[in-house]
Each structure stands twice: as C-alpha cells, then as structure tokens.
Design a protein around this ligand. Structure first.
Ligand code: FAD
Length: 390
C-alpha cells in the first residue's frame, strides 16, 4: 500500500508540508495532519489585530481545502508522545497513530520568567486568545498610560515582530494624546531592520518610545504589573512579556533537541540528525538550522522536506549535486510602522555544499515606511495564506 506520512501541527510549516506531500505525491502517500484545533490562528498580521485594523477572525484558517482539494486526512487532537522504535504516536484523546514517516511542525514554547502569569501579562506571541487579551488591555489603557514590552534573546520567532509591535502601540498612544512605550530588549540591539526601526522610534515616536538594549529580565510580578530587570524595576498599565523561546514540548520532551533549545536537522531533508530518530523530520520554528524563524521560512522548508520524503519513498537519492545546488529558502516580513505604512525585509538562503548548511545569500530591505508597502503587505500575506491552507 501507500506510505503513511503523519504531519503534526497545522500551522505554516505543517499545513504546507501536508498539502505538498499530497499535491506532489498523489496516491503514493497517505497523509494525516494532526492539530488540537479545528483552525490555526496566524501570528502573521496579528499585530494589526492589536490596533484594531484587522479582526482576529480574518487570521483563522481551517483544513477543509487540504482535505477536499488534496485528500489530506485530519485528526483533531494533540500528540503527547513519540515512540520512534514502534513508529507510534500517543494522542491525548484518541487511539494511537502509526507512521512510516513523521513530520513535526508544532512550533515554539516559552521558557517562563519567574512570577509571570500569561493571563495577566500576555505574550501574544502565539496568536489567538493571547492576541485578544493584549488587544483588550491596550483598549482599556488610561490616556497617557505606560506600555512595557520585554524582548527575549535571539533566536525567537519573527525577528522584526517586537519592534513592529512597539511602533504600532506607540502610534495608538500618540493618537490618543500620548503615553510611554518602554521597550526592554535582552539583545545588544534591534534584531532586524535596525536602521528603519531606530529612525521610526526617533522621528515618529520620539516622545513615546523609550528603547533600551542589553536588559536582563528578572522576576515578573504579574499581580502588581511590575518587572524586575538589570536596569531596575519597571511598572506599567499593560505589560507584554515576550519570553525566551525554544522548540515546543513535543519536540523537546521526546529527545529531539538533545537537551538544547532547538532540534538539529539535515537541511537537505529536515530529518533529525540525532541517532534513533530515523524518518522524523522537523520543520519551521522548532528546528535549529540558523535560518530566521518566520512563517515564510516554515513554508519554504516544508516544500524541501516534502520533496525529500517523496524522493526517499520512491527510492531516489536526495543528495545528488543537482538537487543540493537548488536548495534555497527565503523569508519575507512586512512590518507595519504606523496604522497605514509599512517597511519590509527579505532574506534568501542557499545550501552551502562545503559547510553542509544554509548560508545567507541575499538580504534586502525597504529602508522606509510607505503606504504602498502597507498595501503590498496584504497581497504578500494573502498569497502566503493561500499557499499554506488553500
Ligand atoms: P506554528 O505556525 O506556530 O504552528 C504550530 C502548530 O502546531 C499550531 O497549529 C499548534 O496548534 C500545533 N501544535 C502544537 N503542539 C502540538 C501537538 N503536541 N500536537 C499537535 N499539534 C500541535 N512570519 C513571517 O514570515 N512574516 C511575518 O510578517 C510574521 N509576522 C509575525 C508577527 C508576530 C507578532 C509573530 C508572533 C510572528 C510572526 N511571524 C511572521 C512568525 C511566524 O508566525 C512563525 O515563524 C510561524 O508561525 C512558524 O510556523 P510553524 O509551523 O513552525 O509553527
């Protein structure tokens, strides 16, 4: 019969992998997608929910097209345990599921700061209820109020994301008579589009944004809305803790990160490089190949992974020079800077045969915020959403 490929996680990486495995593999593969939620809520564009420019419901995507157009089977459940020897997954509610090949695209989890209560000081870094909570808190902020954001050390998902959020919140406060946006960055400086964001902080939001780099986060008092840091204590009306990130629990607890934060993979197949995990592939934010953690990237990696799986199932090689030379991935992030302008950043990575790793081949950025970029951002996002779930 056909090989059974199971994909865990229906976000950007997993839904793309499931779709292209069936699109390219047809009847040669049985593809099952497992996700605990009936619809995925996209982080991409979710900062625009915070300032009221987009309703959260526009960022929800179901799996109906994957089933009706491509024949992907969907199980609504959460995977708890992987037995790589028996090739069996234990689910939270339903009977175990067996696989021949496994693709893990279950995203990130957080390393919780001491004292932090996510339902009081939302991260809004996994979209959904957290996004709504932060939006509600922003709306309830008193005029002239203070918003405090903490940024974790890289790598975290969406390098420009925190700075973009700081700009949008500053825009909201400024049009509401003023206030403070206190940005406490654990990194030594702005992690993406540095020139653009520092100029925006300066020229657009000079009276609102207070940016500090190299700030270590200590204990969070979520009941009192106070954060302890290496720069002193900060209190605010709304506190947005974006914690340190690492691969989600499923990948970490099953040994696939080897005790580290991210899963080591072979970037020509996205198969785990650890012994004992043959035919287990990890794509998207949870893997640690050094490429930026973005939705666009997860989508590109999913296609390389699907191609490698189908070749291997057809007993074709995946490591011949012609294929390797053509392995590229790319990432694009549009960053809204005000409620109607945006900038953008793109990066292309190419497989380096000598190093056996993905290397940055090209980087480009808008370097300015414009209305045209803002409207192109919707075309870009809609194309991506359609390529993943459509
Ligand atoms: P996800 O998309 O998070 O999907 C993970 C899925 O796995 C979820 O559906 C979850 O329910 C499921 N899952 C988790 N655990 C289990 C389990 N045990 N069993 C079954 N299923 C499970 N990227 C861009 O390219 N461009 C942007 O402009 C951009 N903007 C962003 C803005 C913000 C504010 C944020 C936070 C992120 C942004 N990103 C952007 C980054 C992007 O959202 C992530 O990089 C992307 O979602 C990673 O895809 P993934 O498939 O690894 O994980």
């Amino acid at each position: 019969g056909s090989a059974r490929v199971v994909v865990v996680g229906g976000g950007f990486g997993g839904a793309t992998a499931a779709k292209y495995l069936k699109h390219w593999g047809g009847d040669k593969v049985d593809v099952t997608l497992i996700d605990p939620r009936a619809r995925h809520t996209s982080c991409v564009m979710s900062n625009l929910v915070l300032n009221g420019e987009l309703p959260l419901k526009d960022l929800r995507f179901g799996y109906g097209d994957l089933t009706s157009k491509y024949g992907v089977q969907v199980i609504k459940d959460s995977v708890k345990r992987i037995d790589p020897t028996a090739r069996e997954l234990t689910l939270k509610q339903q009977v175990p599921v067996n696989y021949d090949v496994l693709v893990l695209a279950a995203g990130i989890s957080f390393k919780k700061p001491r004292g932090w209560i996510a339902n009081k000081n939302p991260h809004a870094w996994i979209a959904g209820g957290q996004t709504r909570l932060l939006k509600d808190q922003l709306q309830a902020m008193p005029a002239g109020g203070t918003f405090v954001m903490t940024i974790p050390r890289s790598p975290y998902r969406c390098p420009p994301g925190p700075y973009e959020r700081a700009c949008l919140v500053a825009d909201m406060l400024q049009s509401n008579g003023g206030g403070r946006v206190v940005v406490l960055d654990a990194n030594e400086g702005i992690q993406a589009e540095e020139e653009t964001f520092s100029r925006a902080f300066d020229q657009l939001y000079g009276n609102v944004v207070e940016y500090s780099a190299g700030v270590e986060l200590g204990v969070v008092d979520s009941n009192a809305n106070v954060v302890e840091t290496s720069l002193g204590d900060f209190s605010g009306d709304v506190i947005n803790i974006i914690p340190t990130q690492r691969a989600g629990g499923l990948v970490r607890n099953n040994g696939l990160t080897d005790g580290g934060f991210w899963a080591p993979v072979d970037v020509t197949t996205y198969e785990s490089t650890l012994a004992g995990f043959e035919d287990i592939h990890i794509i998207g934010d949870a893997q640690g190949s050094g490429q930026p953690k973005s939705a666009h990237m997860a989508n590109a990696q999913a296609k390389i992974c699907a191609d490698a799986i189908l070749r291997k199932l057809a007993s074709q090689p995946t490591d011949h020079a012609e294929r390797l030379q053509n392995i590229t991935t790319n990432s694009a992030c549009y960053s809204p800077i005000t409620r109607d302008t945006a900038s953008w950043l793109t990066a292309v990575f190419q497989y380096d045969m000598d190093k056996g790793a993905m290397a940055l081949a090209h980087i480009a950025e808008a370097g300015e915020w414009t209305r045209d970029n803002y409207s192109e951002m919707f075309d870009w996002a809609n194309n991506l959403f359609a390529d993943v779930w459509g």
